[in-house]
Ligand binder design. Sequence first.
Ligand SMILES: *[C@@H]1O[C@H](CO)[C@@H](O)[C@H](O)[C@H]1NC(C)=O
Length: 507
Amino acid sequence: MAAEVILRALRLSVVLLAVCVSLSSNREEGDVGSLVVTILSQADGYHSARAREKKENWLEKLSILDQQIQAVLLAHELPVRVTWTVVPLLPHLAEHYPEASWFFFANEETVVDFELLRTALKRFDDTKVWFLGHGLQDQKRTIIHHYMYHTGTESISYPNFASGWLLSGPALKRAAENVALFAPDFNIDPPFELALFLKYMRTLDVQETIAIPPIGDSGGYLLTHVPQLCMEPALTQGCATAYSHHIPSCGDVEVSKLFIGVKTCEKYHSTRLPVVQGTWARDAEGSVAYYSEVEDKQFLTTDIGVPNTESGHCGKMMAIIERFQAIPELRGREWLVIADDDTLLSVPRLRRLLACYSSHQPILLGEVYGYHAVRPSGYSYVTGGGGMVLSRRAVEMITESGVMCPQDNTPDDMFLGRVAVGLGIHIVHSPLFHQAQPDTFHPSILALQTPVSFHRHRPVDPYTVYQDYLNQSSMAGTDTGSAEDSSSKRGSKQPQTPGNKPGKTEL
Ligand SMILES: *[C@@H]1O[C@H](CO)[C@@H](O)[C@H](O)[C@H]1NC(C)=O
């Protein structure tokens, strides 16, 4: 058996050499040309370890296919700022891999059958412009897509990143030439913003926000839906890719190691706090505090000593961070979660998720947005409504730095992001945190994940949202990651970073 495998590998590597040699001049029929693979990885210890594991796994798989590979790249290792917005990666790829036929992008959770992927690609001429992916379209206007494209007007198809997506060489080149035009005020949802950019790039103005798309000939190109790039939890028949976003099995952080500070104000004590106290806070007894501008015995609020502001709550947020560091009773807590009084959480899931990370590493975790992110003065931040999680180390660095809010009403989440970027704290994105209510996200995306948070008590009933999306130990879903991993993990090392325990996806 083993000898057979070795023989097969040898035979294939001979074929591979032959293909490499013949490729530049005269490509064989049925060949899909050379491939550059980019994993949209993150730099913190846990995610970089997972991405490295994925890379090794893919290199192994690709080595037994007679497929020319130019590189398998980890985005966070490339000399590019804000890689999560993706567009800034394109010039780097165009410069270093000018001969590549296809650029394949995927996430660390993506499971790939490269043989099937290659078969799917044979239908497309790589000397032409192609943008391929699992196409999604909004059914209605949504805040996360800048309220664009509602029913009755043109809608745009965007790729589900975790299903994997591709640009042909000419498509990547054209996009890279126009990259200076990608400068939205806010980066919220990279797949949508990428699709928008590729469609409109020729006519975008640097100064213009993407919320006002130009009309007329766009000079760009649209996504082509490829059914083999699946939104399925496992590589079922016909799927070249699969994925799911569930809580990894890293363990469980004790609730006594966690501290959740809820920002509230007197105006909302009687309407919002009963919802919090009647739902998720039940799972956080002894680990949640309500910070207001007044003490209110009925709703258990603490006066944090900062006057209320109508918008932006920087003063209140910084007071919570300082308190977490200063108060002796909180010294044993490893994680600080800052939530709004209309944030809905799942505390059991949060505890399991946080077990993947080390509180000794500087981490700011949640749903990542960007403000002018691709401009030199811009930054990424964790959007506050979905909950902002700070490791103890991050809190230490922030308090030691002595930073102060410009004003009490400075937007808290954006200020925290800017400070965190400046201090070198990892801004870690998790798709399980949600800045808005469930119906603002594509239902197919939600169907494949175990959410940790949602935001807002209106227009939806918060009890219903809690019951339907958060009050379960786990959402339906199958363990896909390990289906791939189990075949390749044999002999592969577990990453050794302390505190990082990359695990299988939980059932
Ligand atoms: C959450 O689920 C449990 C068990 O099904 C149920 O007893 C409880 O009432 C639910 N809580 C809320 C707030 O819906």
